[in-house]
Design a protein around this ligand. Structure first.
Ligand code: NAD
Ligand code: 6OD
Length: 486
């Protein structure tokens, strides 16, 4: 059984309060470990350590050296790949095949990509004419923002935490991370890697705990935090923004979604079915970019529904180490309860249940776990909770449409604007519809495919700001304007 301590100023430490909480496997609710619960004292110590590191070796380190160290972090994750994999699987219950292809490799890539990106950092420079004829040179420099508070969720724990920590450190900041209370393991392990490769003490700090009135909120409230980057629910983002307003601190938010897929009759149906299966069911539907609303052009509606049902009924649920398994459990019993409450709501609202809608029979101790059936509904209207609210489970509602304008209106009729998938073989339609979608990322005949140098983020209530490539460098640095009279 593991013990997950805070990582502050390069050392693993217990909570001053002595408080801990349990970390249980969602597969069968077995106890994995005890997590130290941070409070104001730990946040204070972590922020001081992060501030101190800015004033030390890290603050004056050459970009090339920082970049080299971050490549070493990526290599350190890869060297201990199997430990990261085991830790992520234990916390989340996700299939080993998924975590070994997505979560852990991206955790390493998030360091190497930004270690390279920061070396190309550039700013503008102008020559000014002056009345005395000597002129002036006016240019901008980039400096780190300072201490960055990083608050991360549980669905892709290492991937989403390092997606913020990689660029923040590449730009010369220091960080205090508050990982999700559900998934403390890989963030803790990263502390070991930071020490192994020689990242100076205080540059990377971790405080475990909960959100409201706990380590998360204390971090956002701390006046020593210069900017906050957050991934999680929209309502949490609102709460963090209120705290960040005090002291006018900058924020970058990646929030919830209720993402549509638009399936046109001229699509390659085999590819659309395969892609929609992934976008609905990957990671048991716990992907912010996942599809929960599917709109299918009427001539292929019945065939699409029948084929998606057949594919969903072939999905195998089970424990992470079974190679034939496609889906793990949800993250927790609380989340299972939330998803099941939508399964109930769907029935009350009069949905036609195409498949699923309940709890699967699982063998032995797994019956205690947070399992739900992959579920497909049809027959609901636009005002249904199922069609409007983010569920974050392995489920979708499918609705027919007759015209392009109609489906664009339906797809955009949501307070969210994170992602969208369009399936069509008509190139003009692809461009036309993509330009009308109110979403941060629009996929055509694909899903989850993206170059990390491109802007990533959400429109409307799905986020504020963009990260990725130069967009991350912009958030994690501040520009200073220097004008030199010649
Ligand atoms: P959450 O908002 O409940 O929690 C995220 C983190 O915030 C956790 O570490 C939690 O402890 C902390 N937190 C909670 N309340 C807080 C508060 N008042 N102050 C400070 N910190 C607080 O989200 P979750 O349940 O962990 O993750 C699922 C949600 O995240 C879904 O809505 C999903 O769409 C969203 N998400 C979005 C993206 C994206 O890129 N847009 C990516 C992943 C997940
Ligand atoms: O791939 C990423 O960088 C990213 N932020 C993915 C978000 C997935 C949401 O669950």
């Amino acid at each position: 059984m593991g013990e997950f301590k805070h990582f502050i100023n390069g050392a693993f430490v217990s909570s001053a309060s002595g408080k801990t909480f349990e970390n249980r496997s969602p597969v069968d609710l077995s106890l994995i470990g005890m997590v130290h619960e941070g409070g104001e004292a730990e946040i204070d110590a972590a922020v001081s350590a992060a501030r101190g590191a800015l004033d030390g070796e890290w603050g004056s380190m050459a970009t090339a050296k920082r970049s080299e160290l971050l490549h070493a972090v990526a290599a350190g994750i890869n060297r201990r790949f199997d430990e990261f994999l085991d830790a992520e699987i234990a916390d989340t219950g996700k299939p080993r095949s998924l975590a070994s292809h997505i979560d852990i490799p991206r955790g390493a890539a998030n360091f190497s990509v930004f270690a390279d990106a920061v070396k190309g950092e550039a700013t503008e420079s102008f020559h000014l004419d002056t009345p005395d004829g000597t002129g002036a040179l006016n240019y901008a420099i980039r400096v780190p923002k300072g201490v960055i508070g990083v608050i991360s969720p549980w669905n892709l724990p290492l991937l989403l935490m390092t997606w913020k920590v990689g660029p923040a450190l590449a730009c010369g900041n220091t960080v205090v991370v508050k990982p999700s209370e559900e998934t403390p393991a890989t963030t803790t392990l990263l502390g070991e890697v930071m020490n192994e490769v020689g990242i100076p003490a205080g540059v990377f700090n971790v405080v475990h705990g909960f959100g409201s009135n706990s380590a998360g909120e204390f971090l956002t409230r701390h006046p020593g935090v210069d900017a906050i980057t957050f991934t999680g629910e929209t309502r949490t983002g609102e709460a963090i923004m209120r705290e960040a307003a005090v002291g006018v601190r900058d924020v970058s938010f990646e929030l919830g979604g209720k993402n549509p897929a638009l399936i046109f009759a001229d699509c390659d149906l085999d590819k659309a079915i395969e892609g929609t299966m992934r976008s609905v069911f990957a990671n048991c539907g716990q992907v912010c970019l996942g599809t929960e609303r599917v709109y299918v052009e009427r001539p292929i509606f019945d065939e699409f529904v029948a084929r998606l049902k057949a594919a969903a009924e072939k999905l195998k649920l089970g424990a992470p180490d079974d190679d034939s398994v496609n889906l793990g459990p949800l993250i927790s019993k609380e989340h299972q309860e939330k998803v099941l409450s939508y399964y109930e709501k769907a029935k009350i609202e009069g949905a036609i249940v195409i498949t699923g809608g309940g709890v699967p029979d699982m063998p032995g101790e797994q019956a205690n776990g947070a399992w739900v059936e992959p579920t497909i509904w049809t027959g609901l209207g636009e005002n249904s909770a199922i069609v409007r609210e983010e569920i974050f489970g392995p489920c979708c509602h499918i609705q027919p449409f007759d015209a392009e304008d109609e489906v664009v209106r339906l797809a955009n009729e949501t307070p969210y604007g994170l992602a969208c998938a369009i399936w069509t073989e008509n190139l003009s339609r692809a461009h036309r519809v993509a330009s009308k979608m109110e979403a941060g990322i629009i996929w055509v005949n694909s899903w989850f495919l993206r170059d990390l140098r491109t802007p990533f983020g959400g429109s409307k209530q799905s986020g504020i700001g963009r990260e990725g490539g130069v967009h991350s460098l912009e958030f994690y640095t501040e520009l200073r304007n220097v004008c030199i009279k010649l």
